[in-house]
Design a protein around this ligand. Structure first.
Ligand code: PLP
Length: 349
């Protein structure tokens, strides 16, 4: 492990040149909360570590900040005036893009799948406040490429850029590599070691899988003894493996084959189903009560669609983890999505 300790944070590390660029976030650092195992009294007992990325920005906190961290400055640098992206009506991605673009003097055009609800709350409200929204029928949306092409033609005077659903692109991975590079140097609670010298499992609730792939790529580039567990919420394993493959392939085309790594290598990334599988977007009885309980006991806001899945998986993995192993969950955000859910289940809160 010594070699990793020297490499991480130093000017000669493998990711140093990738990280010399302007960023959306002024610092890669984030708060870490340590939640003790329920019923444990001793300070030496294992804790679940929560990376509080949800606190990074009031409107695009969570993994959206990381995916946009390098992406937004690169658009600004290219002189882009108008950004086009798409997603569901309650997409946290479109809301995040709209806010970040507005903060940087770009117009965001958001193509939203499906009809608007009677009350525009949550992510939709933010998308409307900060961006220019167009609702698109599900049939039109099914053919995303021609939908986007037609829309771009209507903006022929502008310098435009398209951001794919979920920001699936090589530049979106850089913010996650930056996060890993920062985290590796941080002191752990275990013997005051740094995280880079201990086994760490990072649990990430996954939609498109971009976030989990980016963190796993950062771990591989820095050769850390860590692994990622991606909880599959919006597709099967074949979908996530394909996403991972496409992202890594396009990353290498964009930034070259990283030195010191065997490519195509398998990433330290395992895709696992949710502990209580269901079709994406479904909420099971009792889950909102569970989220309330975590909020009231720990001051951590979870939502039943995304972050509750990582929370449950984190505790599940901690049960069987070796004493030296650290289990972390990356808090991906989701608070605005929770507000959208309240529209659907007003009596459950
Ligand atoms: C967008 C989002 C995700 C999905 O992230 P991917 O990179 O698409 O896997 C997960 N959780 C929350 C709370 C999100 O907003």
């Amino acid at each position: 492990m010594k070699s990793a300790a020297v490499r991480v944070g130093g000017q000669q590390n493998e990711v140093y040149h990738l990280l010399q660029r302007p960023w959306l976030l002024t610092t890669p650092s984030t708060r870490r909360d340590w939640v003790p195992k329920p019923g444990s009294s001793s300070k030496t007992d294992q804790h679940l570590c929560i990376l509080r990325d949800d606190l990074l920005h009031p409107l695009y906190g969570g993994n959206k900040s990381r995916k946009l961290d390098a992406l937004i400055p690169s658009l600004v640098h290219s002189g882009v005036t108008d950004v086009v992206t798409c997603g569901g009506v309650q997409s946290a991605h479109t809301a995040a893009v709209a806010v970040a673009c507005a903060e940087h003097n770009m117009r965001a055009h958001l193509l939203l799948r499906g009809e608007a609800p009677a009350v525009p709350a949550g992510n939709l409200l933010i998308s409307r406040m900060f961006g220019l929204c167009t609702h698109v029928t599900r049939a039109e949306y099914a053919d995303r490429q021609s939908m986007l092409r037609r829309y771009l033609e209507s903006l022929d005077e502008a310098k435009t850029a398209v951001i794919h659903e979920g920001a699936a692109s090589p530049v979106a991975l850089l913010g996650l590599i930056r996060l890993v590079n920062w985290l590796a140097d941080e002191p752990s609670t275990v013997d005051n070691q740094r995280h880079c010298n201990q086994p760490v499992t990072v649990v990430i609730d996954s939609g498109t899988g971009v976030t989990a792939t980016g963190v796993a790529l950062g771990i591989a580039l820095l050769q850390l003894p860590w692994k990622v567990v991606g909880v599959m919420l919006a597709g099967n394993e074949a979908y996530y493996r394909n996403q991972q493959q496409e992202l890594i392939t396009s990353f290498m085309l964009e930034y070259g084959r990283p030195a010191g790594l065997q490519w195509p290598s398998s990433l330290p990334l395992t895709w696992v189903p949710r502990l209580t599988p269901r079709t994406f977007g479904k909420v099971l009885p009792g889950e909102l009560r569970q989220c309330k309980q975590v909020a009231q006991e720990h001051g951590i806001l979870l939502d039943p669609i995304y972050t509750l899945a990582a929370w449950e998986m984190g505790w599940h993995l901690l049960r069987d983890a070796a004493p030296t192993e650290l289990v972390m969950i990356l808090h991906t955000g989701g608070s605005l999505g929770l507000q959208g859910l309240a529209q659907r289940f007003p009596d459950s809160f």
